[in-house]
Ligand binder design. Structure first.
Ligand code: PAN
Ligand code: ZN
Length: 190
């Protein structure tokens, strides 16, 4: 029946990366305390301004088995010290839940960390790039360019977001700008 069929089409504004009809979450610098490795640079940046780092518009059409949720993200360019602006990062509450990211505009990278082995992987994310995030993998996005990085993510409706586990120990690696190039370092070496 037509009225029971959750066909949803969305207007997506490439300029503002807003998705009509979604739930909008905005994250400012003050909400990312503990995420950046250089704490002094973080406090200095925050004293200047509580900058908007990113915005995600999530669409959750249904919550049954097999349903999908999706979101449009925009992560603005900038750095704290020499560390690129980044998302909080999370594991899915349902650890098996994977996700597909599709890069729409801008230049960035995704840091993937296997929860079981602690192994890290860095994948490019930007216009024309698709990144598959397997289950049991913490994921964080960084903007390494000078334009907003916009991307679209699709995940199972039962995925859920677990921020606590990664916030407690943080990602093992940090992506920094060294002479204009993104370089992945051990957090302990910072
Ligand atoms: C994305 C993320 C988005 C923002 O839609 O939610 O990039 O990152 P944080 O959620 O870590 O703040 C996603 O991975 N959803 O599952
Ligand atoms: Zn996710």
């Amino acid at each position: 029946m037509l009225e029971a069929f959750p066909v949803l089409t969305h207007l997506y504004d490439a300029g503002t990366a807003r998705l009509e009809g979604g739930t909008v979450v905005e994250r400012r610098l003050s909400q990312l305390r503990g995420c950046f490795a250089d704490e002094a640079a973080y406090e200095a940046a925050l004293a200047q301004a509580d900058t908007l780092l990113y915005r995600v518009t999530a669409i959750e059409p249904a919550t049954g088995l097999g349903d999908l949720h999706y979101g449009l993200g925009v992560l603005f360019p900038g750095k704290v010290g020499n560390e690129y602006f980044l998302t909080k990062g999370h594991l899915h509450r349902t650890r098996e839940a994977a996700e597909v990211y599709i890069g729409l505009t801008g230049q960035g990278m995704m840091l993937l960390e296997d929860e079981t082995t602690g192994e890290s992987r860095l994948e490019r994310l930007g216009e024309g790039k698709i990144v598959y995030v397997p289950g049991h993998t913490a994921h964080r996005t960084m903007n390494t360019g000078s334009e907003p990085l916009t991307y679209f993510g699709v995940y199972p409706a039962n995925a859920g977001h677990d921020y606590g586990a990664i916030a407690e120990r943080n990602f093992l690696k940090v992506l920094v700008d060294e002479n204009g190039q993104p370089v992945l370092k051990d957090r302990t070496a910072m």
